[in-house]
Design a binder for this molecule. Structure first.
Ligand SMILES: *Cc1c(COP(=O)(O)O)cnc(C)c1O
Length: 360
């Protein structure tokens, strides 16, 4: 059945607007924008709205996701270092992949030759966040040298990723270093680089403050477009919609209950010992969504006076005592989402998707 609860609602008009706003933010700084689609599991309809906003390049960490974009006219970039076992699929379904491993780059070259195509690569350097990328500068330049000699792989640029593992914030120092390294790489190759890729939504604040080092000409933005927030400090980006994605779940029980459980307290279903505050008798509602679908602390009820008191695999417990709405069984409750909740909900096979129009 269509639009069964729980469902994630996606406002495509608002998303198109956010994409257009992000293009506006990037353009004056000479930055090319790739929209990152993993947050919504690369649903082609959603990607199409982003393209309507003026974005020309889509990026995702999974090749299965990029594969869905075949009918779309857009550049396709694979973000996660490719699996060497997927070299064929990578050259087939992406134009460019981000790489750090020589064996994998060689495999991509073989696969590209086999298919009779050129495959673009962006070489990743690690500037301190300690997720992907080559840490040693000397080894990085050696890789640039080796990779640029391959017949069917083309080194299109260099890049880095920050604020993912080490929570390192991009700044003029680390991204300045990327620009210096790009100059050296261009020297080695004897050609200028098409991509100097300076990170994700945590780099947006540098754009806003006019502090993005000159020479950074590419960003890969997911959260900024999808949620309208930058991720270095968690601030809202002006003129964006912050409610493109919402969760709707259904009330299955309304009861008046004490706020303190009765009996000896042991461990809950997830091994934690819960702590309770005695607020006397409260009006409680159960909505049919739970930890299997998302991290329930990463969502917020939109309606005033509704509070999340807990959750288990399939139940979300709400205190509705202070709510303006008199909730009944069958009513729908709407929640705003964090990035993690959006990702999980889009992935869950128990959650349906509903596309909504502007103004609803
Ligand atoms: C996920 C990802 C991004 C996008 O991150 P956001 O914070 O959503 O903008 C960019 N680059 C890489 C390598 C990623 O894995």
């Amino acid at each position: 059945m269509d639009h069964m609860n729980p469902k994630i609602t996606i406002n495509l008009d608002k998303l198109q607007h956010n994409a257009a706003e992000m293009v506006k933010l990037c353009k004056p700084a000479g930055v090319k924008l790739s929209a990152v689609t993993k947050g919504f599991c690369a649903k082609p309809q959603v990607a199409a709205a982003i393209l309507k906003g003026g974005v020309t390049s889509l990026a995702d960490s999974r090749i299965e996701n990029l594969r869905k974009f075949q009918p779309l006219k857009a550049e396709k970039i694979l973000l996660r270092i490719p699996m060497v076992s997927q070299a064929e699929e990578v050259v087939w379904f992406s134009d460019i992949s981000m790489n750090s491993q020589w064996v994998t780059i060689q495999a991509l070259n073989v696969a590209a030759k086999h298919r009779g195509v050129q495959h673009g690569i962006i070489l990743m350097t690690d500037l301190g966040d300690l997720r992907e990328g080559i840490f040693s500068e000397i080894e990085f330049y050696e890789l640039v040298k080796k990779a640029s000699r391959l017949s069917n792989v083309e080194v299109k640029g260099i890049g880095t990723n920050l604020t993912c593992f080490g929570a390192i914030i991009p700044d003029e120092k680390n991204l300045g270093k990327l620009v210096t390294m790009a100059d050296e790489a261009a020297n080695i190759m004897g050609t200028p680089l098409e991509f100097v890729s300076g990170g994700n939504s945590s780099s947006i604040y540098l754009l806003q403050e006019g502090k993005l080092p000159k020479g950074i000409n590419h960003l890969r933005i997911g959260e900024g477009i999808l949620l309208g927030t930058e991720s270095a400090y968690g601030a809202k980006i002006p003129n964006m919609h912050y409610d493109v994605f919402q969760l709707v779940a259904e009330v299955v029980e309304v009861e008046r209950k004490p706020s303190m459980p009765i009996g000896t307290i042991g461990k809950d279903a997830f091994g934690n010992i819960p702590i309770f505050e005695d607020k006397g008798m409260r009006n409680r509602a159960i909505v049919a969504v739970g930890k299997q679908d998302l991290a329930t602390h990463s969502i917020k009820p939109l309606a005033a006076g509704v509070e999340i008191v807990g959750s288990s695999s399939d139940h979300l417990l709400l205190d509705i005592t202070e709510a303006d709405i008199d909730y009944k069984v069958g009513d729908e409750v709407t929640f705003s989402l964090s990035y993690g909740a959006m990702l999980a909900l889009n992935t869950s096979s128990y959650v349906s998707t509903q596309y909504v129009e502007q103004g609803r």
